[in-house]
Design a protein around this ligand. Structure first.
Ligand SMILES: Cc1cc2nc3c(=O)[nH]c(=O)nc-3n(C[C@H](O)[C@H](O)[C@H](O)COP(=O)(O)OP(=O)(O)OC[C@H]3O[C@@H](n4cnc5c(N)ncnc54)[C@H](O)[C@@H]3O)c2cc1C
Length: 418
């Protein structure tokens, strides 16, 4: 196992052996994630057909490129028909609604199948203090809303919704801040504290996203400060660990040790990481070592080890396996059962994005595990970048069907719709 050229600690070797033994096991899995009848039970034939046409269109990279450019242009030009078109097509597949109220039917439908919702106000790329305060207020409203619903235990947020990207980059680079910038940073800290404090008071949890590595240090510092303040004897705040980064397995272990030493509990949302190309390009351009694992196998290995580490220390770490990778989901399910832990233990969670990987979400829920969907919401113009990313994820470079499309096709065959 790669560990930045250092000797691998014994306990990580042990976890690696454990993982390999789970993967090598030839028994009936504790949960069958390929069952499309459960995955798409909530979809009528008409809804399934609609999803099929949508994912089929997204399968073509050229179409996605043209569609994305058209959407960005149309929204900038304030063309009402573009907004209507988006609202009728991609928006309902991936977004809960324009407002919290509009999300209610989606949340209720998921809850009917035992799936929790994580509210995610989907605004990105804002740069003014007014916008940042608006995002904070939206998050506070979401927390109040979540406190009323058993089905919504968590609100998700990201620092760049409440802080200027360049300010974070300057802090990380060690640049001397001007008095105005110092005040700006204090405002960011107050916003984040207001959210975590409200979450604590209302009995709701907060996930804080991980972002680009050159702004992640101040995010980590602030999240650690919040965890030290609010995660005493329970977990309110969760940091996110991007396991595609070579240093993150060590950082996960170090965060756990720090929490232990300082007497708080670690909240850990594990993801593989969303900015690989950007990270590699910047590293090459600026001449520093690529912070990302050299290949997918190394990322997968670090991710699975992180999952196994969290399950192993479930009493002190509340974790979330935030991924669309069925193998890693199955690994966590198997480890929970092997250790004889309650499937609904509040520290052992799974999470996928709304509109994707229903085979993982609904099969895990049916098998009795804690599983949630991220339900993004926001005005059409604000969620366009999110929608474009989802479309890009579902294109095919090789000409094969995307993961989502092949599952939908499988279910259509099962229902004799094709
Ligand atoms: C609920 C949820 C919350 C999320 N929150 C965040 C967040 O806060 N921050 C964030 O950055 N991302 C976040 N993501 C996105 C996540 O990081 C992944 O980009 C995405 O989920 C795809 O990874 P996967 O585990 O689902 O599946 P997979 O398809 O198994 O893995 C794809 C991922 O593997 C890695 N990878 C692919 N090729 C290589 C390679 N050649 N070398 C090294 N690594 C490679 C990349 O990370 C890529 O995204 C979130 C995802 C989910 C489901």
């Amino acid at each position: 196992m790669e560990q930045l050229g250092k000797p691998v600690p014994e306990y990580l070797e042990k976890l690696d052996k454990l993982i390999r033994s789970v993967y090598a096991e030839e028994k009936k899995p504790v949960v069958d994630l390929s069952d499309t009848s459960i995955a798409f039970e909530s979809k009528s034939d008409a809804e399934l057909r609609k999803a099929y046409y949508l994912f089929r269109m997204m399968n073509y990279p050229t179409l996605v490129r043209i569609g994305s450019a058209l959407a960005l242009w149309g929204i900038r030009m304030r063309l009402p028909w573009i907004e209507k078109l988006i609202l009728k097509t991609v928006f309902p597949q991936f977004v809960g609604g324009r407002t919290l109220l509009e999300c209610i039917p989606t949340i209720e439908k998921l809850w009917q199948y035992g799936v929790y919702s994580v509210l995610d106000y989907g605004v990105e790329g804002k740069e003014t203090e007014e916008d940042f305060n608006h995002t904070m207020n939206e998050n506070l409203r979401a927390l109040e809303f979540a406190a009323q619903q058993e089905s919504v235990p968590v609100v998700s947020t990201k620092l760049t919704g409440m802080a200027r990207f360049q300010l974070l980059a300057d802090i990380q680079a060690g640049k001397q801040l001007t008095p105005a910038e110092r005040e700006e940073w204090q405002n960011v800290r107050k916003r984040v504290d207001a959210i975590c404090h409200a979450a604590d008071r209302l009995g709701v949890k907060v996930f804080i996203d991980a972002e680009e590595s050159w702004i992640q240090d101040p995010i980590d510092e602030l999240v650690n400060e919040m965890m030290a303040r609010y995660n005493k004897g329970k977990v309110v705040v969760y940091n996110t660990f991007q396991m595609y980064r070579r240093d993150r397995l060590d950082y996960l272990v170090a965060s756990h040790e720090r929490a232990r030493k300082e007497g708080w509990m670690l909240g850990a949302k594990l993801v593989r990481g969303a900015y690989m190309e950007k990270e590699r390009e910047r590293a090459a351009e600026m001449g520093y070592p690529d912070p990302i694992h050299p290949n997918k196998e190394a990322t997968d290995r670090a991710y699975d080890t992180g999952i196994a580490y969290c399950v192993e220390h479930f009493e002190e770490i509340a974790s979330v396996n935030a991924s669309h990778n069925a193998r890693s989901a199955r690994l966590q399910a198997e480890l929970i059962v092997r250790k004889n832990l309650p499937r609904r233990h509040p520290h052992l969670n799974f999470c996928q994005l709304y509109g994707m990987s229903d085979h993982i979400t609904f099969n895990l829920a049916r098998a009795g595990f804690n599983v949630a969907k991220y339900v993004p919401y926001g005005a059409v113009r604000d969620v366009i970048p999110y929608l474009i990313r989802r479309a890009q994820e579902n294109t095919s470079v090789t000409g094969d069907m995307s993961r989502e499309l092949s599952l939908i096709v499988k279910e259509m065959h099962r229902r004799s719709l094709r």
